[in-house]
Ligand binder design. Sequence first.
Ligand code: 13P
Length: 251
Amino acid sequence: MNRKLIAGNWKMNGLSADLQTIREIAAGLAVSAAAPEALLCVPATLLAEAARQASGTALRMGGQTCHAQEKGAFTGDISALMLREAGAGFVIAGHSERRSGHGETDAIVAAQARAAVNAGLTPIICVGETLDERLSGATLRVIEGQLAGSLDGLQPGSFVLAYEPLWAIGTGNVATPAQIAEVHAFIRQFLEQRFGQSGQSVRILYGGSLNPANAAEIFPIPNVDGGLIGGASLKAGDFLAIYNTAGALTV
Ligand code: 13P
């Protein structure tokens, strides 16, 4: 069984006053090797200070996107090495909000993920279908296309995947256990076909309206190796409740 990863995505939320939440989360984590790994992907402006305050605890820090190039004339962008230097160990790549809002294609996502790996970061590569795609029966075809295009040049062990159905993000409409089980099994099969046995060790997170009330139903689903949590990760109590649910299922 893969060690679970409970990752928060703070999106464009978080000012210095919210470092208190990070301290509370860091203080509330279990410290055994079997406990889930805990991660917060915070705005780049908070990263260095958040990493400093979380140092010596089990809480890891991550960025939310990075540029595919190492450096250069890309006003407003941030490189993987900058995130790494600021204290990140992970970075989200190809979140649907970046794919749709910033025109990030599968090829761009793959290039960002490779840049992340080259800088010593673990990319969390997101895939997921829209409501229209699900309703028209295209879910697995869409996921397959995103996987095929977003993993170019990557090796198992260097990245994490996240399945985030777009219609479940920020809506309160969580996917059903059957829907999650189907897509995660499909992703696992894809990974095994592509990487052989090592495909089993790639962690696949579920994301989309995960909260303390539904975590106990989601984490035991086969091939669910953790969660990517938006809204509920902004509250220390909610994030820790989700983390503890995952931990209780691990032991
Ligand atoms: P919510 O948990 O707010 O639905 O967000 C999910 C998400 O997009 C995490 O990356």
